[in-house]
Design a binder for this molecule. Structure first.
Ligand code: ATP
Ligand code: MG
Length: 794
């Protein structure tokens, strides 16, 4: 070994030392954040090799995220050198995939099975529901998908579930579950949740397979144990052996039912060491249960429990803040975390006018720290509650030239939903652009499948026309099935309608709204119960905010004084540029590292010298969804505790008075978690405007003036027409502009943001979808969709 046993124990406190050297009985280490749990795990691994002659191949270490697994592997390698390669240091999922690839034949699939991610499995579930003729309104496939996932986390397979399904809903779910599993098997595929469940089933059904792994893994170590769900819990139990209630089945005469089980029973259980912190349990929504920690001593009757109370990570100030927040949770084991370290500097809280001001503050502060030599960009992390919040930070960092990376989430403009919706806008701006057209052809699903697409392509090449032109022409006459031909016709009608919105002079924000609504894209996401879809809705809200911001900007001038692109093409150009400068490596040119942007969930287990916790507003964090639910609020509070305890030296807490979602301003009060931190620990800063009552929103007031007139910016919806002050967070609302419907009659005089004064010639169609023909004199006569057109009655 690189480091000998004695050196490994140097500098450890007595409890840590005990945990590292402990041998034999199952070991549970429960301790607060930053008390060295992960360090104990890695040192314990090194100690096993150095002092107890354990072979690296006998060790299985499991943690939660890929990032955490990577860090743990690095830490172990630093201690033991290249021998670490023979160990399994991985996430639950990758460990199970390794086992399943090896054992696949027993289970009836080949070792090259494919793994369906959430999107794949949802697609498959949607197909199954369709084949079962389930009404998607009554039995939404997305919600079926989520339910099946939960069942798998509880290790309830399709047969077991079918046997206990009672009401019609459950019976339909059971049918869909069964078909879904059959299709997966036919495709030689496993979904994400299957990976764990199938491994557990394997170990339970094949004693000789269980024997193989029990002989191999003599030491099992699990980090972040508080976030394991039932399936993961059982997996650990099966791999370890020796839990209470486990053991071979016996007949009444005391004979073993299965001789292989008898052999299995002779293998002494592996040494198990789990570490966790009930206060950091933040995955209840994925079925994680703190019970796994609480019941450990019951399941493993001879278990040893060690508490760690000394924190080595954070200053006393940061620790006191974290303690006073988490103390508000009920039903927790009280902990007494302390540090021998310094008091440290005060926490800085900042109230910005809006989210741009907040991002600017963060950028300025990082610059300052950097100039004073107090921190490098690589020392800094910026946390937020939801992925969509990264966008404003990304844009400011790009503008001021701060190097950054987004961890654990896809960069904003690379997200599927954002790209989908932008693809619609690109087609509207340029109907001949085949790439975005093909992307959206069947998004959301509308029955234009691969075969139909191939047929359009064939027509295009035969007639020597473009794909978009072929799309307009193709129909049954070209041999297309009636169902597909009808779907294509409907799609062409949809695009014609959306083009009408563009032609009616609507700005990017209103066009975006029309796309979200008319395509059904938004409705589909809102109907879903999958938490990921909620995130997608939030990202689209964010995109709507970008569009509105773009409209409200002063029209800039190019280098020669010519106005730059405005309207839809201008918006798309802007977006393309931002998306393109998205490619930044892990280190900046000077090797100072890069700022890390991530959600609070991804931050678990990590630490940074400087942490910015942003969006500290009720409705953002805690999330709107959790505000009226004590249990969920407590989970949010644990998330706050996780965030606060990532900081080593400096902690910033920021919020915005005004935040736009759906392009609508919402005024959020300070997060209750902010209020739970004693003011004596905090140095409060405010901008001049935010400090002044009624001084909010100076930015929006100013930007409103750059509007309309001859700028040609395409007015979209004028600020005066947006009436609802509430933000569109959550599912209840979808529209960008909640303006009252305008009704017109023949002869009415109107004004249009771009075309000026006009007279209504005719009105047709239902009230909520009315089309007006309006004579704008020199500008010509236009057909306008009243719902989206920027017109007002005089
Ligand atoms: P979390 O709950 O956030 O996962 P943790 O309990 O796993 O935290 P670690 O990440 O292992 O804590 O340790 C926190 C920091 O304290 C690390 O930088 C680690 O190196 C340091 N540390 C832990 N124990 C000691 C010690 N005995 N001496 C010096 N530094 C220590
Ligand atoms: Mg840890």
């Amino acid at each position: 070994p690189v480091i000998d046993a004695e050196t490994l124990l140097d500098g450890m406190n007595p409890q840590q030392r005990e945990a590292v050297v402990h041998a034999g009985s199952p070991l549970l280490i429960i301790a607060g954040a930053g008390s060295g749990k992960t360090r104990v795990l890695t040192h314990r691994i090194a100690y096993l090799l150095a002092a107890r002659r354990v072979q690296p191949g006998e060790i299985l270490a499991i943690t939660f995220t890929n990032k955490a697994a990577g860090e743990m592997r690095e830490r172990v390698e630093a201690l033991v050198g290249p021998r670490a390669k023979a160990m399994w240091v991985s996430t639950f999922h990758s460990a199970c995939v390794r086992i399943l690839r090896r054992e696949s034949k027993r289970l009836g699939f080949t070792s090259s099975f494919s793994i369906y991610d959430a999107a794949d499995s949802q697609r498959l579930m949607a197909l199954c529901c369709r084949d079962l003729d389930l009404d998607p309104k009554q039995f939404p496939p997305k919600s079926f998908s989520a339910k099946v996932s939960n069942l798998k986390n509880e290790l309830i397979d399709e047969e077991t579930y079918a046997a206990k399904a009672e009401n019609p809903m459950e019976r339909k779910l059971a049918e869909a579950y069964a078909l879904y599993q059959r299709r997966l098997r036919e495709a030689n595929a496993l979904d994400f949740d299957d990976i764990i469940m199938t491994t557990v089933n394997l170990l339970q059904a094949f004693p000789d397979a269980a024997e193989h792994y029990r002989r191999r893994f003599r030491h099992i170590l699990v980090d972040e144990y508080q976030d394991t769900n039932h399936a993961q819990y059982m997996l650990v139990r099966e791999l370890t052996g020796g839990a209470s209630g486990q053991g071979p089945k016996m007949t009444v005469d005391g004979e073993f039912v299965n001789p292989a089980e008898a052999q299995l029973a002779e293998i002494p259980p592996a040494e198990l060491c789990v570490v966790g912190d009930a206060d950091q349990s933040i995955y209840a929504f994925r079925g994680a249960t703190i019970r796994n920690i609480l019941d450990f001593e019951e399941d493993y009757p001879n278990a040893t429990t060690i508490l760690l109370e000394q924190n080595y990570r954070s200053t006393q100030t940061i620790l006191s803040a974290a303690n006073s927040v988490i103390e508000r949770n009920s039903n927790r084991r009280k902990k007494n975390l302390w540090t021998a370290g310094a008091e440290g500097v005060k926490i800085i809280s900042y109230v910005a006018d809006d989210e741009h001001g907040e991002a600017q503050f963060v950028a300025d502060e990082i610059d300052k720290l950097s100039d004073k030599g107090e921190a490098k960009p690589g020392d800094v992390a910026v946390f937020y509650r939801t992925n969509a919040q990264s966008r404003v930070f990304e844009e400011v960092f790009i503008r001021v030239g701060l190097p950054y990376k987004v961890v654990g989430g896809v960069r904003f403009y690379e997200r599927k939903e954002v790209r989908d919706v932008l693809a619609y806008l690109r087609v509207l701006a340029n109907p001949e652009d085949a790439v975005p057209l093909r992307r959206i052809l069947n998004v959301p699903k509308r029955g234009i499948g691969e075969r139909a697409e191939a047929m359009i392509e064939a027509l295009a090449s035969r007639e020597r026309i473009s794909f978009p032109q072929a799309l307009l022409r193709v129909d049954e006459a070209y041999g297309m099935a009636a169902r597909s031909a009808n779907a294509v016709k409907k799609f062409n009608e949809l695009m014609a309608k959306l083009s009408g919105v563009v032609e009616s002079g609507a700005g990017p924000a209103a066009i975006l709204e029309a796309v979200l609504e008319e395509t059904g894209y938004l409705a589909e996401l809102q109907a879903s119960t999958d938490p990921q879809d909620e995130t997608r809705v939030e990202n689209l809200q964010e995109l709507a905010a970008v569009a509105l911001e773009f409209e409200q900007e002063e029209p800039l001038e190019g280098p020669d004084g010519e106005p730059v692109q405005t309207g839809l093409p201008g918006f798309l150009e802007r977006v393309a540029l931002v998306a393109d400068s998205d490619q930044i490596p892990d280190e900046d040119g000077e090797g100072r590292g890069v700022i890390t942007l991530m959600t609070l969930h991804t931050a678990k287990g990590l630490e940074f010298p400087v942490v910015f916790l942003t969006g500290m507003e009720d409705g953002v964090f805690p999330h709107m969804r959790a505000m009226n639910n004590t249990k969920e609020l407590e989970e949010e509070r644990r998330l706050a505790y996780v965030g606060l305890t990532r900081a080593r030296e400096r902690l910033y807490l920021s919020r915005a008075v005004l935040r736009s979602a759906w392009g609508q301003p919402s005024y959020n009060p300070a997060s209750r978690f902010l209020e739970e931190i004693p003011t004596t620990l905090v140095d409060e800063r405010r901008t001049a405007a935010a400090a002044m009552p009624g001084g909010y929103g100076s930015r929006s007031a100013a930007s409103g003036s750059g509007y309309g007139g001859g700028s040609g910016a395409g007015g979209g919806a004028g600020a005066g027409r947006r009436s609802s002050p509430a933000a569109g967070w959550g599912k209840s609302k979808g529209r960008v502009n909640d303006r009252p419907m305008i009704t017109l009659a023949v002869g009415d005089r109107v004004t249009h943001d771009r075309f000026g004064l006009g007279t209504v010639v005719s009105v047709a169609g239902p009230a909520d979808d009315a089309k007006a023909t309006i004579d704008f004199g020199a500008e010509g006569t236009k057909q306008l969709l009243l719902r989206y057109a920027p017109v007002e009655k005089l």
